[in-house]
Design a protein. Structure first.
Length: 365
């Protein structure tokens, strides 16, 4: 006799704990697979400068020369503007000195005194300094204006030359784009080369190890690898193709669930069938057609959807033990045990009196 699993049904706490641990395991699997995907994605791609180096460097060198001239003109403008600030400060100092000397001379004249010769010389010196600084400021202003005009002209030339360089680099840019697309496809194949076998292995384990106690682990691995494969397809495959891939995948998953439901409905698995039989026997109904079981004390019972509501308590009727066949579908529900010859449930795998297994177990299982 084959050894049976006596573990019994899992409690609600065990089911909830298993669910949350499997969800956590799925996230950890995704985390690990993300590391693998990122490491493969770090492979260095094509260098744009390598493609540019094969081109004629004349237009690029001309552009660099124009930018160097522009930078030099900008530096000269900044220096001249700094000199203008110095000239302006010198003019302000000379103007202040002239104002102070003029106030002293006016005070001397009001007192009827002649201005000292030193004040006259100082006033002449301050006036000379002011005029010199003003002349230098105006000269610097003219130079800044000329430099700004030169800068504007250089900017126009730079913009025109940048257009020339862009057109000159267009063939190389197209080659770079093609090389980059090929590199992305190579990265995608490398990543799929790691993730896809793991996904297929997880799918095989889920489909073949249906009674394994480790099935939740296989499901977690399946969900994680499926997620990673989807991410790779989204990142690397063209969007116009990805929508078809996503649609076909969604249809395949839906068909898989639908097939599972239809197969279980037409040919239920052993555990589900046995569970249905047990539930029907507990409600005193035929497991096949759901007709009420009217035997023994239940012969004159009042029946509802949930089972018999009341039954007779006649001892002779209650003790009645005979084989019983459903009058609605003809299924034998109670029959003699092949070992102890007592009446037992025909559709359940074991006799309730001696524990012997009978042929009905094979039909159910």
């Amino acid at each position: 006799m084959a050894k049976k699993n006596r573990a019994g049904k899992s409690t609600i706490a065990q089911k909830v704990g298993t669910f949350f641990l499997c969800a956590l395991l799925t996230l950890l699997f995704i985390w690990l697979l993300d590391f693998l995907r990122d490491d493969v994605g770090d492979i260095e791609g094509p260098d744009r400068n390598t493609f540019y180096a094969a081109l004629d460097q004349g237009p690029q060198e001309l552009l660099k020369d124009l930018k160097r001239q522009q930078d030099e003109v900008t530096r000269q403008v900044r220096r001249k503007q700094g000199s203008q600030r110095d000239y302006k400060a010198s003019m302000e100092n000379a103007r202040q000195v002239m104002a102070e000397i003029a106030d002293l001379q006016r005070l001397s004249i009001e007192q009827g005194l002649a201005p000292p010769q030193s004040d006259v010389e100082a006033l002449a010196t301050a006036r000379s300094r002011f005029l010199t600084a003003q002349e230098q400021f105006e000269s610097a202003n003219v130079e800044v204006t000329a430099l700004n005009l030169q800068s504007y002209d250089l900017l126009d030339q730079i913009r025109e030359q940048e257009i020339v360089v862009v057109e000159h680099r267009r063939p190389a840019d197209e080659e770079v784009a093609a090389a980059y697309r090929a590199h992305r496809l190579k990265i995608a194949f490398f990543q799929l080369g790691i993730q896809l076998p793991l996904f297929l292995l997880a799918a095989w384990l889920v489909s073949t190890r249906k009674r394994s106690p480790y099935r939740p682990i296989y499901l977690a691995a399946l969900v994680a690898t499926f997620w990673e494969v989807g991410i790779i397809a989204w990142e690397h495959f063209p969007k116009e193709y990805f929508k078809y891939i996503a649609s076909i995948t969604a249809i395949a998953i839906t068909l898989g669930f639908l097939r599972y439901i239809l197969v279980n409905a037409s040919k239920p698995p052993k555990e589900l069938l046995l569970r249905r039989y047990r539930a029907s026997y507990e409600k005193c109904r035929c497991p096949v057609c759901d007709f009420s079981v009217r035997r023994g004390s239940l012969r004159d019972a009042v029946w509802t959807r949930k089972g018999p509501l009341a039954a007779t308590t006649d001892a002779s009727t209650a003790a009645e033990e005979h084989p019983y066949t459903c009058p609605s579908c003809g299924t034998t529900l109670f029959d003699n045990c092949s070992e102890c010859q007592k009446i037992c449930h025909s559709l359940l795998p074991s006799c309730e009196h001696c524990g012997a297994q009978h042929a009905a177990e094979e039909e159910v299982a």
